[in-house]
Design a protein around this ligand. Structure first.
Ligand SMILES: O=P(O)(O)OC[C@H]1O[C@H](OP(=O)(O)OP(=O)(O)O)[C@H](O)[C@@H]1O
Ligand SMILES: Nc1ncnc2[nH]cnc12
Length: 250
């Protein structure tokens, strides 16, 4: 049922944590391992102009996706000890500050969803998690011809709501969905920027199921795979970029 509105305070504090350049912490895995999400493609010539034309070859979807991933990954910034000591915070906002990267993200997700979830069932609803899942969830939903439905932090949604408490990498919280947001049997894709412990995504999944939705899968931009968050999820998981790793100095 609906929860009494709980208005959170927003406090802006200056940070002393500059983006990470070349430091390392024991809490995060080393860099230098190959990116397992990149696929090599030997088919980039398959669209080459066949009759002596000079048109540049059109990349295959796999080659396009691999190139997009490299650009997107290199734009991410890391902030040590934010929002609390011991957390290496992954900042995805540079993607949205650059229209080319923003477009690339949506194209990459669209290609990935077509490849991973492009079977006989169409996505009916994209569910995005408060707040960073709202940065790209609605745009992705439009591209897929699907509805967008938000999962919000407690106290933000009007009307009868379902509520789930969860633990995440830093602290605990409550998620809510409006009780009529999903129709029974609708096919749902749950999207968020990052999966860390998986607590947030699992709570969103439990709400979708309570409302009668069928979870096709979960899509994330980045996965902190050493936290094994995907083990908490009982539907296929796709991550666009590889695991968190510290960047080497450019
Ligand atoms: O896998 P988990 O350990 O649950 O952590 C992942 C969640 O943490 C972050 O959200 P946060 O709650 O910080 O909210 P925000 O998007 O409003 O910044 C992130 O956007 C994910 O939703
Ligand atoms: N390390 C991290 N960076 C950014 N967002 C997160 N959400 C949970 N863990 C996070």
């Amino acid at each position: 049922m609906s929860d009494p509105a709980a208005h959170s305070q927003h406090t802006i504090t200056p940070t002393n944590n500059p983006p990470l350049k070349n430091t390392s912490t024991a809490a995060h895995p080393p860099s230098g391992k190959p990116d397992p999400t990149l696929e090599s493609s030997s088919s980039s010539n398959e669209h080459a102009a066949s009759k002596g034309g000079f048109a540049a070859p059109r990349p295959s979807a796999a080659a396009e996706l691999a190139s997009l991933k490299i650009k997107l990954k290199s734009s991410l910034r890391q902030f040590p000890d934010f929002p609390e000591p011991g957390i290496l915070f992954e900042d995805i906002l540079p993607i949205f500050a650059n229209p080319e990267l923003h477009e690339g993200l949506l194209r990459g997700l669209e290609l990935a969803v077509a490849k991973q979830f492009g079977g006989k069932d169409k996505v009916d609803v994209v569910v995005g998690l408060d707040a960073r899942g709202f940065l790209f969830g609605p745009s992705l939903a439009l591209r897929l011809g699907a509805a967008f439905v938000p999962v919000r932090k407690r106290g933000k949604l009007p009307g009868p709501c379902e509520t789930a408490e969860y633990m995440k990498e830093y602290g605990s919280d409550f998620f809510q969905m409006q009780g009529d947001a999903i129709k029974k049997g609708q096919k749902v894709l749950i999207v968020d920027d990052i999966i860390a412990t998986g607590g947030s995504a699992a709570a969103a999944g439990s709400l979708v199921k309570t409302l009668g939705g069928e979870i096709m899968g979960y899509v994330f931009i980045l996965e902190l795979d050493f936290l094994k968050g995907r083990d908490k999820l009982d539907a296929p998981v796709y991550t666009l970029l590889a695991s968190q790793e510290e960047k080497l100095e450019q």
